[in-house]
Design a protein around this ligand. Structure first.
Ligand SMILES: *Cc1c(COP(=O)(O)O)cnc(C)c1O
Length: 496
């Protein structure tokens, strides 16, 4: 069955999966959603015997229907290879009454690798299928994690270049070192003197600049985006929920058909939406537990029906969840309006103009699969401490928000359904906060010293991603003002 993609704001004809991946965002500003969600018609008996790569093919082929079997398998093989430090790609670890789904075994030790390892291959395949004559230029503004994961994904992928802008004084030392040591002839990393918003605004402006697009086209280039609203990032994330379920069946932890809960530390609402799609495809999921940090817009939304971004932005120890506009929520809103693009567009307009919107009682009923809660900074640190003390298992700050929220959920509901917690980053990515939670007396250590200390305390080897940047040479040292970003792009691409 052919699956097409249409905009959540309704204007324009549906497009194929490959066209949606190439475009990223619909011209009317909406997000692409599948016109129908196909059932995963493979018996669990079979799925439970499959590798991650085989599972990925079964799931993705149902949704990316204009890709041939050969094209899709080729993309999957290039993405999920020995860049991951475990054969299982996404292993489960049982601790403290839950199953932690470790999504951080890829090149940059955070869950964004799960999708950004395959997106470049989906995108270049999509370009070929649609006879795009130009090379693709990925432009990204990053506050830290997305930039590195996108760089690692696109490095040396033929037919692409990637340019990442980051605030020179707005990322952690490890994050900066990860980016400026990036190898690959097609990678470009540029520090800017402004903040993340300046970088983001300038990138959006370049995407909408028709004159610049014409100049690029002349020179054989076109812009595209690797950010998390691309359907090419969402679809690969459905895979690991199916794989986790099948692994639990294989290990005899649950029986075929038994329901599980899923807990997801949430920012942009991409990861948990993938779990929701997995449920729509037929995976036996009971509750989707949405965990927020102190930037708890989503918790407030689930409890009141009002989404209100008009509040202070709080810097927390789980920075990848510091977000007040969860872009992917629009896809859920579209669904609970009964796929009414006009209503969805009106709510999104209210959000951008007035900073808030409220859904109807009828729409609220569509949220019954979800449970929302949040953890403050103290509860987050306590969750890390408690799991380390009880189970000698180290989790990062983002995962800790999820673990803390899960505790609250069980206490509130008494629900003992087997539960998978999405573990979204290696503790070695947020070493200082993790060490602060489990130990004392390391205040004078630098980030690498802290990594060694965490290693001797936990017995978990320091990941290659951290070892590599200890001594890696700096390959990118451009720093420009935000207003000079378009000129920098032209210079990089050799356009005068
Ligand atoms: C991006 C990110 C998240 C949030 O994921 P969303 O899909 O944006 O909700 C959570 N944890 C980590 C470590 C991340 O990098």
């Amino acid at each position: 069955m052919q699956v097409l993609y249409q905009s959540t704001r309704g204007k324009g004809e549906p497009v194929t999966a490959s066209q949606a991946i190439l475009k990223g965002l619909s011209d009317d500003g909406g997000l692409f959603v599948p016109t129908s969600i196909p059932k995963l018609d493979v018996p669990m008996e079979k799925l439970s015997q499959m590798t991650y790569q085989e599972t990925a093919y079964e799931v993705m082929s149902r949704l990316l229907t204009d890709f041939t079997e050969e094209e899709l398998k080729n993309c999957i093989d290039k993405a999920y290879d020995d860049k991951f430090d475990t054969k299982e790609i996404a292993p489960l670890h049982e601790a403290d009454g839950a199953y932690f789904l470790e999504l951080y075994h890829g090149a940059t030790i955070a869950f964004k690798d799960m999708a950004l390892s395959i997106l470049p291959h989906l995108m270049t395949t999509a370009a070929k299928k649609n006879h795009a004559k130009n090379d693709i230029v990925i432009l990204t503004a990053t506050s830290g994690d997305t930039g590195k994961a996108a760089l690692a994904g696109f490095a040396d992928v033929p037919g692409t270049k990637i340019i990442v802008f980051y605030p020179k004084h707005g990322v952690s030392p490890i994050q900066e070192k990860q980016m400026v040591t990036q190898k690959g002839d097609n990678t470009f990393v540029v520090g800017i003197t402004g903040n993340f918003d300046d970088a983001q605004t300038a990138v959006k402006k370049m995407f909408n600049d028709k004159a610049l697009a014409a100049e690029l086209d002349q020179a054989g280039f076109q812009f595209s985006s690797a950010n998390s609203i691309n359907i090419g990032r969402l679809v690969p994330q459905i895979v690991y929920y199916v794989y986790a379920y099948a692994s639990l069946v294989r290990q005899g932890k649950i029986s075929d058909g038994q329901e599980i809960n899923v807990v997801v530390p949430t920012g942009n609402f991409g990861n948990i939406l993938a779990a929701f799609y997995a449920k729509q495809m037929g995976l036996p999921v009971h509750k989707l537990i949405c965990a927020s940090n102190e930037n708890k817009v989503l918790y407030d939304f689930f409890s009141t029906g009002t989404y209100d971004r008009k509040r202070d932005f709080i810097l927390t120890t789980s920075p990848s969840m510091d977000i007040l506009i969860s872009s992917n929520l629009e896809r859920l809103i579209y669904r609970i309006t009964g796929e009414n693009a006009e209503k969805c567009a009106a709510l999104m307009q209210a959000l951008s103009e007035g900073g808030e919107y409220t859904i109807t009682e009828e729409m609220k009923a569509g949220l019954s699969d979800f449970y929302g809660n949040f953890c403050d900074e103290k509860e987050t640190a306590e969750a890390i401490h408690e799991i380390f003390e009880k189970s000698h298992y180290v989790i990062d700050t983002h995962t800790a928000v999820a673990a803390g929220v899960y505790k609250k959920y069980v206490k509130e509901t008494g629900d003992i359904t087997p539960t998978v917690i999405a573990s979204t980053a290696s503790p070695y990515k947020f070493t200082r906060s993790v060490m602060d939670a489990i130990s004392q007396g390391h205040e004078n250590l630098d980030d690498f010293g802290l990594a060694d200390a965490l290693c001797s305390l936990s017995g978990v080897p320091v990941p290659k991603a951290v070892e590599e940047i200890r001594t890696a040479p700096v390959l990118h040292d451009r720093v420009v003002d935000a207003e000079d970003m378009p000129d920098t792009v032209k210079e990089i691409l050799g356009i005068r």
